[in-house]
Design a protein around this ligand. Structure first.
Ligand SMILES: [Zn+2]
Length: 143
């Protein structure tokens, strides 16, 4: 586990994990980030969808979403071998988006992001995790 004050530099952009206004830990921009910048890649063990289903049920029971579906045959489990990207929260009005390139999942800036903003992207789970979204007051979505 990285320390709570850990900062990492990836592609020249600094981001940091801090307590989130949305839920649990979150990831914040330590400096302005330009639109479409590849901010960080979502790391984690590459596993099969069936293995992911089994693990994800245990994670979701704790209210966590760690598994990122890369394609029909592969899922990245951010809880095993993951990096700071796994702490980026879901939002229904996100400032980032995910881009799959081969087995790599990039989290990219959807617009210009100001220093100090929390990074978010749309998990696109279709409500599968059964977790109430807390991205903003009054949000009625289910992650
Ligand atoms: Zn929401």
């Amino acid at each position: 586990m990285p320390s709570k004050r850990a900062e990492v530099t990836i592609t020249g952009r600094r981001i940091a994990r801090r307590k989130s206004r949305i839920a649990g830990a979150g990831v914040y921009a330590c400096e302005p980030i330009n639109k479409n910048t590849r901010i960080v890649d979502y790391q984690g063990e590459l596993i099969s969808p069936s293995k992911s289903d089994w693990r994800e049920r245990r994670y979701q029971a704790k209210g966590m979403v760690w598994c990122f579906t890369v394609n029909r045959r592969k899922v990245r489990d951010g809880n095993v071998g993951g990096n700071i990207a796994r702490f980026i929260n879901h939002s229904c009005r996100p400032n980032c988006y995910s881009e799959v390139a081969g087995d790599t999942v990039w989290i990219r800036a959807a617009r210009n992001i100001r220093k100090g903003e929390e990074l978010t992207y749309d998990y696109n789970t279709g409500g599968e995790a059964g977790i109430s979204c807390q991205c903003r007051p009054g949000c009625t979505a289910t992650i």
